[in-house]
Design a binder for this molecule. Structure first.
Ligand SMILES: C[S@@+](CC[C@H](N)C(=O)[O-])C[C@H]1O[C@@H](n2cnc3c(N)ncnc32)[C@H](O)[C@@H]1O
Length: 214
């Protein structure tokens, strides 16, 4: 059985999200077993993968601030996907594509080797209970998969509000032969996400980390 990094959630889809999901304009890429034509889709822009965008607010801010970057935003939560599609169209952004899928499957089946210039994982599910740690996004196995799809020099930026998970990120990626990096100051250009706002209100400290693909 595959171990998932997320808990399947139903979540009510609003009429606005449903109509955004129904438009067929190529913004929502289907899950497939063939490689994406990265140059064609993003017009030669360097490609950044965002794993688990939630409501997509940070995706929109980043896409607007970095029009020269191509963004592939992947999440499994249907209402958030509807929201992001709506916002991308409203903002007229041409550098974003969205997928409703397990990002690990997308990485394995659809991202060409060495194609990613960057990876962003903002507040991956913390899975606090010890028996759930195997579900975390940051494991040695996932780090190897991501490294294989990343170009040399690509950056993997992570943020978490869960101190023990930050330690695990440091431990796993610090020991990985393909990644080198550490804790960094919060980058000024990282948008505050919805999840982060809640964490701050609840008094949890945020850790940002950045690793470079060797
Ligand atoms: C804690 S939320 C954080 C969302 C957002 N980045 C934020 O900061 O508000 C984690 C998100 O990761 C998504 N997620 C978890 N595992 C995933 C996977 N393997 N592929 C795609 N999305 C995933 C979840 O559906 C959820 O939306």
């Amino acid at each position: 059985m595959t171990i998932r990094t997320y808990k399947p959630r139903r979540g009510r889809v609003t009429p606005r999200q449903a109509s955004a999901l129904a438009i067929e304009d190529g913004l929502l890429l289907p899950l497939a077993s063939s490689l994406l034509d990265v140059n064609d889709i993003w017009g030669g822009r360097p490609l950044v993968l965002e794993i688990g965008f939630g409501t997509g607010a940070s995706t929109i801010d980043t896409a607007e601030a970095e029009p020269e970057t191509g963004l592939l935003a992947v999440d499994v939560h249907t209402p958030g996907i509807g929201d992001l599609l709506f916002r991308v169209r409203r903002a007229g952004l041409s550098n974003v594509r969205v997928m409703e899928a397990d990002a690990l499957e997308v990485l394995r089946d659809m991202i060409p080797v060495g194609a990613l210039a960057g990876i962003r994982s903002y507040f991956p599910d913390p899975w606090p209970k010890a028996r759930h740690h195997k579900r975390r996004l940051v494991t040695a196995e996932h780090a190897s998969l991501i490294a294989s799809r990343a170009a040399t020099g690509a950056t993997w930026h992570l943020a978490t509000d869960w101190a023990p998970y930050a330690e695990q990120m440091l431990e796993v990626l610090g020991a990985h032969p393909r990644w080198s990096g550490t804790v960094i100051d919060r980058p000024v250009n990282r948008p505050v996400t919805r999840y982060e706002r809640t964490a701050l209100l609840q008094g949890r400290a945020i850790t940002d980390l950045c690793f470079i693909r060797r």
